[in-house]
Design a protein around this ligand. Structure first.
Ligand code: PHE
Length: 464
């Protein structure tokens, strides 16, 4: 079925089917982008890195680096129409570069599996919180009580493993069902519904009495507090939250109909993703200050602030349950994207069925996931480099592998691919094409390199 002597990209076909419409693609990429990165990770790392200045750097990274990297990834994916490894090899050779570009795809496949190994565990916390919310344990609970519930659940590795296994199994199931039936169906209602609930929560946090303090924390930059490490973390977060630098968007681009505009699809996704992150921050930080909590408390931040807020609301039991259900869905659509490059690769390379490939990749990820499960209990005291096993996997993937992948992807699209190929994919040589090319050839790679080089040596692996 693979068209070995593929000619122009428009004649190539994806082995895995196509999105049924432009909207379906936007929803799928948005579904991959909007996830735990926006609602769980963004608030806690912004909190750990001092707030305002970090948020500004993050926003700059989204626009100047995130947009061009995402466009490059989609256009490469659509032109190659294969899994990220095969696409990079094929285009590398076709564009007069080298087949070794497949290593970029390989790093992406690996990064996806590594990220999913901890992402699935945090998603399991979310799923467990659906049940906890529903049971009413948060109703009227104090900050100390909510914290204790969080600590005792994450400390119980058997309970976490149970939910983690369930989450991975459902992810494998959707991925096995394939592009149209599995992925599309899951994202259609999730993003709008999540947005609505966040807006409702915003109403609550505005009335919390500390809205001003929370918003000031997020938007008043104190650049003296910024270290090169926190700039690297902000850049890593831009990559993580947009799902770029590891081939997920490239894999999704391979299923994109030829006539869809990559530029407008990218803009829609970036606006939705960034909007949701900022909204989450505006909900979380006022609650942190209203309850005398510490914004730098780490991965437990939203698992304490949100139940606390819900616990004090009328109808909180219902809202809280719905919120965590939606967040679980958001995590799920991201988990699917994290798996897709590896699964597409196994299917094409070893001629396996999607189902078997998904089970294999899911199984490997599940085993790796114990590193994170145990980071909050049995192995909580095992610390090296940036901290626990979990924080190391997170640090290395988000702050090193994704930006490095993004750097190589923009260099490939901007310098190795010929102008005609990229212009063809991006719909002609107009102003937006020229802006992309300037960003992809110069601004983004130089900015990434600069942050990398500045952070080397001054990298503070304590994770602060
Ligand atoms: N963007 C997702 C989130 O913010 C995580 C993700 C990263 C998904 C990379 C796919 C690829 O939760």
């Amino acid at each position: 079925m693979l068209n070995e002597e593929a000619g122009a990209s428009s004649q190539r076909k994806s082995l895995h089917g196509n999105w049924t419409s432009r909207l379906a693609f936007i929803l799928a990429v948005t579904g991959s982008a909007v996830g735990l990165g926006n609602i769980w990770k963004f608030p806690y790392i912004a909190g750990q890195n001092g707030g305002g200045a970090f948020v500004i750097v993050y926003l700059f990274c989204v626009v100047l680096i995130g947009m061009p990297v995402m466009m490059s990834e989609i256009l490469i994916g659509r032109r190659g129409r294969r899994n990220p490894i095969a696409t990079m090899k094929l285009l590398g050779e076709e564009e007069g570069g080298s087949g070794h570009w497949q290593l970029v795809g390989g790093m992406g496949v690996l990064a996806g599996v590594l990220i999913l190994s901890y992402y699935g565990v945090i998603a399991a916390w979310v799923v467990a919180y659906v049940q906890k919310s529903f049971s009413g344990v948060f109703a009227g609970a104090s900050a100390g009580e909510v914290q204790a519930i969080f600590d005792s659940f994450t400390g119980d590795w058997i309970a976490v493993t149970g939910v983690f296994t369930l989450f991975m199994a459902t992810t494998v199931w959707v991925v096995a069902r394939g592009v149209e039936r599995g992925l599309e169906a899951a994202v259609r209602f999730m993003v709008p519904a999540l947005l609505l609930l966040l807006l409702a929560l915003l109403g609550y946090s505005i009335n919390s009495g500390s809205f001003g303090a929370g918003v000031a924390f997020m938007f008043t930059p104190d650049f003296s507090a910024l270290t090169w490490n926190s700039i690297l973390v902000a850049m890593g977060q831009a990559f993580f939250t947009l799902s770029i630098g590891m081939g997920a968007v490239m894999a999704y681009g391979a299923y994109l109909p030829q006539e869809t505009s990559i530029t407008s699809a990218t803009s829609a996704v970036v606006v939705a993703d960034t909007g949701i992150a900022i909204l989450a921050g505006m909900v979380i930080f006022p609650l942190v200050f209203a309850n005398g909590l510490d914004p730098a408390s780490g991965p437990g931040l939203v698992f304490v602030t949100l139940p606390l807020a819900f616990g004090q609301m009328t109808g909180g039991v219902v809202f809280s349950s719905i919120f965590f259900v939606l967040l679980a869905f958001a995590a799920w659509t991201s988990a699917i994207a994290l798996m897709e490059p590896a699964v597409a690769w196994v299917v094409e390379k070893f001629h396996e069925s999607r189902a078997r490939a998904a089970i294999l990749v899911g199984g490997i990820t599940w085993i790796l996931g114990f590193g994170t499960v145990f980071s909050f209990n049995l192995l909580a005291d095992v610390k090296f480099l940036s901290g626990t096993i979990f924080s190391n996997v997170d640090y290395i993937t988000s702050n090193i592998m994704l930006p490095l992948g993004g750097l190589l992807i923009t260099v490939f699209a901007g310098w190795v691919m010929c102008r005609n190929s990229t212009a063809e994919e991006l719909g002609g040589a107009g102003a937006s094409y020229r802006a992309w090319r300037l960003l992809a050839r110069f601004i983004a790679p130089i900015a990434i390199l600069f942050v990398f080089l500045s952070a080397i040596g001054v990298i503070d692996l304590t994770g602060k």
